[in-house]
Design a protein around this ligand. Structure first.
Ligand SMILES: Cc1cc2nc3c(=O)[nH]c(=O)nc-3n(C[C@H](O)[C@H](O)[C@H](O)COP(=O)(O)O)c2cc1C
Length: 208
């Protein structure tokens, strides 16, 4: 069997990704509102992964990725997700608001995408780029929260949009969903669910 580093070496970073869509769910709550929204967006168009099903930790800042161009400092569940991220031109991130922000799971996931940056080794702070940029990558971000107003959703959308844009994704749509608290409550919001399905179809076209 290939060693971990050899396996990571074979990842097709830098190649134009396939017109596939990967959905990433950031809620720790199984069967909750994020799960339902993601199901509607990804229905028949791609693959969904729930971060709660993976054992992984947040970035340790070891900076080995500066040389290796993928995370080699940690060997955990992210090794299963990296190939999927690299291969899929379309990405959907869904997170509930937890304390005005994305969940800890989603934050850890996004921090682990740090390995895709290229940094200038001589000058810090200095120029940087992304191994995922200029490949036509497109993303949709979705946030769901209990309260009814933008302030109480806090930074949830920003916390997904800014890093994805920095990594080279074009954010083609954003969907903030307000006013749902109980597990699965969003099932009653038929217009929101229809909108979620439309977003998925839109992304499918955008990456094809
Ligand atoms: C730890 C925690 C923190 C939360 N913080 C907020 C918040 O800051 N603002 C808000 O409107 N809702 C907040 N909520 C409510 C959730 O965003 C809401 O219940 C959402 O529908 C959960 O989505 P899920 O079912 O996909 O987990 C919080 C819930 C939890 C468990």
């Amino acid at each position: 069997m290939d060693s971990f580093v050899e396996t990571q070496d074979k990842l097709p970073i830098g190649q134009i990704p396939a017109p596939q869509i990967l959905g990433i769910g950031g809620s720790p709550r199984k069967g909750g509102n994020s799960d339902i929204l993601l199901q509607h967006i990804l229905h028949n168009i791609g693959e969904t992964k729930q971060l709660r099903d993976y054992q992984f930790q947040s970035c340790s800042g070891c900076e080995k990725c500066r040389k290796d161009k993928i995370c080699t400092g940690l060997q955990d569940g992210m090794s299963l997700l990296y190939p999927k991220i690299i291969e899929a031109k379309g990405l959907v991130l869904v997170s509930p608001t937890h304390n005005y922000n994305i969940t800890a799971l989603m934050k850890a996931f996004i921090d682990r995408l740090y390995c895709f940056y290229n940094f200038d080794n001589k000058n810090r702070p200095g120029p940087w780029s992304s191994q995922l940029e200029n490949q036509g990558r497109k993303a949709i971000i979705v946030a769901v929260c209990e309260q009814e107003n933008k302030q109480d959703m806090g930074f949830t959308l920003d916390a997904m949009r800014l890093p994805l844009e920095a990594l080279g994704y074009d954010i083609v749509e954003e969907l903030p969903v307000f006013g749902v608290f109980a597990r699965g409550k969003v099932k009653e919001r038929k217009r929101i669910l229809a909108k979620a399905s439309d977003l998925g179809k839109f992304l499918e076209q955008a990456v094809s």
